[in-house]
Design a protein around this ligand. Structure first.
Ligand SMILES: [Zn+2]
Length: 87
């Protein structure tokens, strides 16, 4: 499994629909929202096999504009060489 961060913006009129659809899909508890700060974006860190699998979590009407990035952790003590090699 890989970890991905999902960043998905929605129109202010879509707040209720997005939250309802993510609840129905079982992913609402992964998400945190900027809505109360007038930034209608949701962020979630999820585990998925691939970027495409992670993208499926986003409601279809927002999917084309979602930003999804695979996350890795670095450990300076043990990973210095693999980082320099681009891994
Ligand atoms: Zn919103």
């Amino acid at each position: 499994m890989n970890r991905y961060i999902i960043e998905s913006a929605h129109a202010v009129e879509k707040c209720d629909q997005v939250i309802h659809d993510l609840f129905a899909a079982g992913y609402l508890h992964h998400f945190e929202w900027g809505c109360k700060d007038n930034d209608h974006t949701g962020w979630a860190v999820v585990e998925a096999e691939s970027l495409e699998d992670a993208r499926q979590i986003v409601p279809w009407y927002l999917r084309d504009h979602a930003r999804i990035v695979r996350l890795v952790k670095f450990d300076l003590a043990t990973d210095e060489h693999s980082k320099q090699a681009g891994g």
